[in-house]
Structures are given as C-alpha cells and as structure tokens.
Design a binder for this molecule. Structure first.
Ligand code: TTP
Ligand code: MG
Length: 366
C-alpha cells in the first residue's frame, strides 16, 4: 500500500495510537453462540412483528448488510428488505460480559487505555514500540489474542492520534489492520467522505455538501475564514481534523461516574410512541449495564435534541438509590414528556444515570 511505503519512522515526539473496533459486535457474539447463524442474515434489534414492529436495528451481520440493512434503521424497514433474516432481541448481559473480557485483554498492552462504548477502545502504545512497523506487529498480536480467547474478529487502526486511528480502524473491515503515519494522514483522509469525521452528522454533511465540500480533502482546501464564520468553534476543529491533526489524549477512565445511552433517529421524528419506545429501550440498555456493574443510581437526566439542534437536558435526583428498571423508565418519561408536546421534530434523545453507589453496599445505604 502506498501509504505504508512512505516514512519508516514515526519521528521524534510523535504518538502511536491504536483504535480497536470489534466487527459487527452484537451479531458476531450471537453467531459465536449459534454457529448455524453464520451463513444467514442476522439482525439484532427490536421485534419486527411481521412488519408491524416498532424500534430500530441495533446491528446486523455482513450477510444482512448485503440487503441494505443498517444500524439505526426502523426494524420494519429491515424486515421488508430481508424478511428471511434471523431477527434477535439484544442479549445485553452476554455482550457486556464479552466486552468486559475483551477490555481486560486490551488493557495489558498500552500505556494509556480508553474504552469507547462496549466494543471499541483507544490504546496509546507510544512507549511500547519504536516505530509503526512494531505497532502493526502489536496490532496483529492483539487480534490473535482476541480471536484465540473470544473467537471474535476486530479491526484495528494504527495512527498518530485518536482521530486518524479511529477512521483507520473503519477503513478495512472486517478483520483488517490499517496503518497511517502522521505524514500520510492528510493524504489518507483526503478522498474520504466528510461524514467520516467524528461529529459530522447527516445535517452538517448536508451543509458542507451545499458548500461544495464532499470529501475531507475538499474541507482541507476550503477557505478557513468562511468555515469559521459558518461553523464557529466547530469550524476550527474541522480544519484541523481535515489535516489529520488531533491532540486529544487517550484518557484512562478510572471510576465510572455515569452510564448513559443516546440515540439519533434515522429521520427526525415527532412520533411520540416511537420516541417513548426508544426511551424505554435506552433505559433497558442502561439497566442491563448497571446490573452487570452492580451499581445503584440516584440521578436520572434526559437529553433531547430537536431537528434545529436546540438541545435540552433535564435531571432529577431521587430520594433513594435504586437499580429498578421501572423506576428508571418512569422517571425518564416524566422528565422527557414536557419536551414532546411542542410540534417539533426530534433528532436525538438520551438518558443518563449518575450519582452511583455500589449495590453490594445497598443495605447500609438504604
Ligand atoms: P458499531 O461498532 O458501530 O457496529 P458493529 O460493531 O455492529 O459493526 P462494525 O463491524 O461496522 O463495527 O457498534 C457496536 C455495537 O453497538 C453494535 O454491535 C450494536 C450497538 N449499536 C446500537 O445498538 N445502535 C446503533 O445505532 C449502533 C451504531 C450500534
Ligand atoms: Mg464495531
């Protein structure tokens, strides 16, 4: 690959960051448990109820992706695209247990480690390797260990920073490794869609496209002043990102301070039933994780973002610690409902639980 044929050294002062992303995570775990699923399209998410179901696709395997099924798509659309797929409800306990074991494997390798969701992590391995060739070998070792122990594949991006490593891990999927050095970063990013940049969602993509900016290269060459005028602070960030520059640190997250989930709707919506159904599902996901971590919460906060990006958060602290799902669902619904009466389309909703206590201490706390 041309990109790898260039500079052989990472240069003085440079960092080496790995981004590990498990392939089709929930679906891969399901396939591992039921090998007969491997040859079939598998969709994990809400119940399609023969085309009458509500809710969305969490993920699907590559066989289902061939039919156009995607994460976040309404489950009924997935059912129409691929009615013969195996539709499974998510088994969060299984995914969390698997994720925990994978994170233990990954933690052995870097100086600094940052878990990102259930199936991704950043590893700062700067002091562990002398150059990017050694980093690539380490990535192979990590992939092998995960495969031997968990029978799952992942894709790894090796880069000079988190931004490039994350985009690189998505470049060759499944089971890929992509190495991008600092002096190759701009060239690597240039042909990719601006959508690949973190924080560029559908709307920003559309705004950029209207300005004639389709690829990261278009963005890198665009007039800096105009971008700053149009996007404010984010404009400055986009310019740096388009050059492959990102100074953010890999941050070890020691104590878990909150557990949250949010979902961006595939299309902005004012369908209250669908929004509340999604809210309930986010609560269920959080609940599974809290039970797994043996945590009790006291504070619930909801977040809502309308189509015009106006965003509200609203929280409530209970008078007791709890890990009860109904309590979580009821409180989040109470907090969210006042924001749903207006005739405004909703882009995103989220739920966060915080103010934790360990449930093993429950008796003394209560
Ligand atoms: P991703 O890493 O985005 O997706 P993936 O691992 O399924 O597929 P890929 O091979 O492309 O990496 O997300 C990890 C898990 O998070 C995914 O298996 C299911 C869950 N998830 C949702 O529940 N809803 C979503 O909208 C997305 C994107 C993911
Ligand atoms: Mg993944």
């Amino acid at each position: 690959m041309v990109l790898q044929a260039q500079s052989r050294s990472r240069g003085i002062g440079g960092r080496v960051i790995l981004h590990v992303d498990m392939d089709q995570f929930y679906a891969a775990v399901e396939e591992r448990e039921r090998p007969e699923f491997k040859e079939k399209p598998v969709v994990v998410g809400a119940d399609p109820k023969d085309g009458r179901g509500r809710g969305v696709v969490s993920t699907c395997n590559y066989n289902a992706r061939k039919y156009g099924v995607k994460s976040g798509m309404p489950i009924t659309r997935a059912w129409k695209l691929c009615p013969d797929a195996i539709f499974l409800r998510p088994n969060y306990k299984l995914y969390i247990e698997t994720s925990n074991r994978i994170m233990i494997i990954l933690r052995q390798y870097p100086d600094k480690f940052e878990q990102w969701g259930l199936d991704e992590a950043f590893l700062d391995i700067t002091s562990k390797v002398r150059n990017f060739e050694e980093a690539e070998k380490l990535a192979i070792t990590i992939k092998r260990e995960i495969h031997n122990k968990e029978k799952l594949t992942c894709s790894i991006g090796v880069g000079p920073n988190k931004l490039v490593a994350k985009i690189a891990s998505d470049f060759k999927k499944p089971d890929g490794i992509t190495v991008v050095r600092q002096n190759e970063a701009k060239e690597f990013l240039a042909p990719l869609s601006v959508r690949k940049l973190l924080w560029v969602g559908k709307k920003t993509e559309r705004r950029l496209n209207e300005m004639g900016i389709k690829t990261v290269g278009d963005l890198a060459n665009f007039d800096t002043q105009i971008l700053k005028e149009k996007f404010g602070m984010m404009g400055s960030y986009y310019i740096l990102a388009a050059q492959g520059i990102d100074n953010s640190e890999v941050v070890e997250k020691t104590a878990v301070k909150s557990v949250s989930r949010e979902r961006t709707f595939e299309e902005d919506t004012s369908d209250i039933d669908m929004i509340l159904e999604t809210l309930n599902r986010l609560c269920r996901e959080i609940h599974e994780e809290l039970i797994e971590m043996k945590m009790l919460f006291k504070t619930v906060t909801i977040k809502i973002r309308y189509e015009n990006f106006e965003t509200h958060t609203h929280g409530k602290t209970l008078s007791f610690f709890t890990d009860d799902l109904q309590n979580l669902q009821k409180t989040s619904k109470e907090l969210l409902e006042p924001y749903l009466v207006r005739q405004k389309n909703v882009r995103l909703i989220g739920v966060r639980t915080s103010n934790f206590a360990s449930s093993s201490k429950q008796k003394t706390l209560l």
